[in-house]
Design a binder for this molecule. Structure first.
Ligand code: BGC
Length: 257
């Protein structure tokens, strides 16, 4: 086989509630190099099975080099602190060390593990809807939960967890996530009302210069963006379902917070 030059390329892996996806990413352009590879998230999503799946995703690319992995919870210095929508067996697990056992970092270790919304935010700020935007930028992802990423002049403040702000006595993601929309069979109109209430609260706390809406809904911005009235400018993410992979790869070039 011809030797492949992988300088400036990192493998990004995105752990979601239903799928674990990965692709090598060109760090200079943020573009995926080749096809994305996806496997189902194992059930139950306990650390050992998820790690095994992460290893299979890396093996698909015969990968040896820097690896970044997203996780849907608080990750501090590689250690998982919360896992609201995955499996509580993750609490206090050193995910960086665990994934380091199943992937080959080729001397570019350790594996960089970070919150999923933080990763998506890094990608959008570098190569998507937040590119070139100075000041306070926030990404809110709407899916099974609500994830958040906060940036000041392009620098991430990790693990903000604004999906768990309390609105009308309830966790915000229980009221306004896409799962809440589906479970409650809400119309776009009704859901947009809940999203607006939530985003107004976030706006009142942080006065962002730009709010970016990410997650699967960012593929249908016409369904809800026109229904929102907010002080801060609100736009849809542009990288959609690749933002996690791209951000995980980009994070290999940053310090673990
Ligand atoms: C978790 C966050 C995560 C978000 C999106 C929330 O329930 O607490 O850490 O970013 O879901 O997956």
């Amino acid at each position: 086989m011809e030797a492949v030059d992988r300088t400036g390329i990192a493998l990004g892996i995105d752990i979601g509630g239903t799928g674990i996806k990965g692709a090598p990413v060109d760090l200079a352009t943020g573009a995926m190099v080749g096809e994305r590879f996806r496997l189902d998230t194992p059930r139950p999503a306990v650390p050992e099975s998820v790690a095994e799946t992460v290893g299979r995703v890396a093996a698909n690319f015969a990968w040896s080099g820097p690896v970044g992995v997203t996780f849907p919870g608080v990750v501090s210095h590689g250690v998982v602190r919360t896992a609201a929508n995955l499996d509580e067996g993750w609490l206090e697990v050193d995910a960086a060390e665990l994934f380091g056992r199943v992937v080959d970092v080729g001397g570019h270790g350790p594996v960089r593990v970070l919150n999923d919304a933080d990763a998506a935010g890094l990608a959008e700020v570098a190569h998507g809807a937040g590119r070139g935007q100075a000041g306070v930028v926030m990404l809110l992802t709407f899916g099974t939960g609500i994830g958040s990423a906060l940036f000041l002049n392009g620098r991430l403040v990790p693990n903000t967890e604004l999906g768990h702000l309390e609105i009308r006595g309830k966790d915000a993601e229980v009221r306004a996530s896409v799962r809440a929309k589906e479970d409650g069979e809400m119309s776009w109109h009704k859901w947009a009302g809940k999203v607006e209430e939530y985003l107004s609260h976030v706006d009142a706390l942080f006065s962002p210069d730009l709010m970016i809406i990410g997650g699967g809904v960012s593929k249908h911005p016409d369904k809800f963006l026109p229904l929102l009235t907010l002080r801060a400018p609100v736009v849809a993410a542009t990288l959609a379902n690749t933002a996690g992979i791209v951000g995980a790869a980009l994070a290999t070039g940053t310090q673990a917070e």
